[in-house]
Design a protein around this ligand. Structure first.
Ligand code: SAH
Length: 568
């Protein structure tokens, strides 16, 4: 629950706005401030105070006991310009809350001051994985530039980690014992109290039971199985069983105690999974020779390994599988040029990656957004296929990869060759970007106000006969058309040829817009007509938009009417 505390009218209006946006998660505490803060701390896990930071600090101070239970607190100033994460930035979720509050209040910016966020190191407790040990100490060591040993059992698709967090960073002479950050689902006998163990979501348990099994029996069986196999319950990310046991209370409760959902599979699906210990009893009872082992393997996905074969108690069975970590490929459009046209989501994906792949000129554009330690795979023009394959190979090796393209990365760009080469073994996310046609259109006016087509005039990968046929179809259909790749040093005649095809179906005075380097600092544009285009003004940084028979120049802007009756 989020407690909203306001005393003045301005704060009350903003508070009402937040409450309306999330009625189920918020509770309002009107003044006086002291009572409101005390009430909210007692009843809520997060607070948004429409108060000065000083006043909030004084009111909160006597109420704060220990860091693990304190609330996440965000202060918003009277004018609603800043949402300051004041307390519990990571553990209390205040950093995230500050961002959410800022998003709800127009003109409000989040202010986050916890060290890991401020200097661009990944907040270790922000990964959302259970962490054991001295998180604050290891974080401080990393911030101080001390080498920390990374000991990971597998390649997880984590964001870039700082260079001094690595398996084999050399020690300074006379350095004290260095700390370790372990990423493992194994219980570590030799972890020092100064180390951190992160628990990746790697283990999936399969459960079977007879009707009426008590929860304690399932929980004990599983706890013993994990303990004997030297595995941590904190890495258990899912539990699974057969559909027939979906409502078995003991199984549900055991899963809930682990904090995971109970997934179910039909018996036929389980029966198809090869397992080491099939048996006739479940085959007779529910129609599959294995429940626990098959459900664990199936829920854990392709490439999973059975780390605890079936174990039995009087009324329950369990087995544990380890998932193969999946790499992540984000296909990220970085927009046409201007930094503020790179979407927040694209920025987040770039910071989420440990490997960024793209054309060198695009990587230059975004270098400052990346976490320190991010690996760059840059290439020059013309190596698209190779670059796409490199990105997919990195993701297949388990890394978090961002493949970047200007505009939208799926429009005449890298997404298709990459996804044509990508298998089902990686996760793929796409982040749309503002493509050149939209950027150029906004410079020219409203040329795309009615049906339009997008064509590339590059005949490097497409035979000219095909391009010609498409241009002719567009001309006959009276569509507005945006030409990408209209001209380059080696390709001069294609644009005049395409314009000539259009001229057969459109009046000579049809508006044509040329936009070079849209949204870049050296952006230029010209509005001309079909009979007056000067192709020498067009280069490979230019987008050409040709109007349809209704497009007009209005006050120097290119406008295509929107109505369907414009020819009547
Ligand atoms: N994926 C890109 C397009 C790549 S094709 C996108 O979605 O925008 C390259 C062509 O796009 C260039 O030849 C040019 O025609 C056009 N282009 C890309 N960026 C541009 C910009 N900022 N201004 C004008 N045209 C641009």
């Amino acid at each position: 629950m989020i407690g909203l505390i306001s005393v003045a009218a301005a704060g009350a209006a903003a508070s009402a706005r937040l409450a309306a946006a999330r009625p189920a998660r918020t509770r309002r505490y009107p003044g006086p401030a002291g009572d409101a803060v005390r009430g909210a701390v007692a009843e809520c896990d997060q607070l948004v105070c429409f108060l000065a930071t000083g006043a909030t600090v004084r009111l909160l101070a006597p109420l704060l006991a220990d860091k693990t239970t304190e609330p996440g607190v965000v202060c918003v100033d009277e004018a609603g310009r800043h949402a300051v994460a004041l307390l519990g930035g990571h553990a209390g979720g205040a950093n995230r809350l500050a961002a959410e509050v800022a998003a709800q209040l127009p003109g409000c910016a989040p202010v986050v001051t916890t060290a890991t966020d401020a200097v661009g190191l990944p907040g270790l407790d922000d990964l959302g994985w259970p962490a054991e040990g001295d998180v604050a100490g290891v974080t401080r060591a990393l911030l101080d530039g001390e080498p920390v040993t990374l000991a990971a059992d597998a390649v997880w698709s984590l964001p870039a980690l700082p260079p001094h967090l690595a398996p084999d960073v050399p020690d300074a002479p006379d350095a004290p014992r260095r700390r370790t950050l372990a990423i493992t689902d194994r219980r570590l006998a030799d972890a020092a109290p100064t180390d951190v163990v992160l628990r990746p979501p790697s283990l999936v348990v399969g459960l079977g039971a007879s009707c009426g099994v008590p929860e304690a029996e399932v929980t004990d069986l599983l706890a013993n199985a994990l303990a004997e196999a030297g595995l941590s319950p904190a890495s258990v990310t899912a539990a699974a069983t057969v559909t027939a046991k979906a409502d078995e209370a003991g199984l549900r409760a055991a899963a809930a105690r682990l904090g995971v959902d109970l997934t179910t599979f039909p018996a036929e699906e389980l029966a198809a999974v090869p397992v080491p210990n099939p048996s006739p009893a479940p085959l007779a009872a529910v129609g599959t020779p294995s429940v626990a082992e098959a459900a664990a393997l199936l829920a854990a996905g392709p490439g999973a390994e059975l780390v605890v074969p079936k174990r039995k108690s009087a009324m329950a069975t369990c087995a544990v599988a380890r998932r193969r970590p999946r790499g992540r490929l984000a296909v990220v459009g970085i927009g046409p040029g201007a930094r503020d046209l790179l979407t927040p989501r694209a920025g987040a994906e770039l910071r989420r990656a440990s490997v960024v792949v793209g054309l060198d000129q695009y990587l230059d554009r975004i270098a400052d957004l990346l976490r320190p330690g991010t690996r760059l795979l840059a290439s020059g023009l013309g190596a698209e296929e190779e670059r796409a394959r490199a990105a997919v190979a990195e993701a297949a090796a388990g890394h978090a990869v961002a493949l970047v393209g200007s505009g939208d990365a799926g429009v005449y760009a890298m997404a298709s060759p990459a996804l044509a080469a990508a298998g089902a073994d990686i996760d793929v996310v796409g982040v749309p970007g503002v493509t050149a046609a939209l950027a150029a259109a906004s410079v020219l006016g409203a040329p795309l106000g009615h049906d339009h087509a997008v064509l590339s005039l590059s005949d490097l990968h497409t035979p000219w006969a095909v391009i010609e046929r498409r241009v002719t179809a567009v001309a006959e259909a009276d569509l507005v058309v945006a030409f990408y790749n209209p001209r380059s040093r080696g390709r001069h005649w294609q644009l005049p040829a395409a314009l000539a095809l259009l001229a057969r179906h459109r009046p000579p005075g049809t508006p044509v817009g040329l936009v070079r380097a849209a949204t870049h600092r050296d952006q230029r544009h010209r509005l001309t007509t079909l009979d007056a285009v000067d192709p020498s003004e067009v280069d490979m940084m230019t987008l050409v938009i040709v109007g349809n028979s209704a497009t007009r120049a209005v006050a120097g802007r290119m406008v295509t009417p929107r109505g369907y009756r414009w020819q009547a």
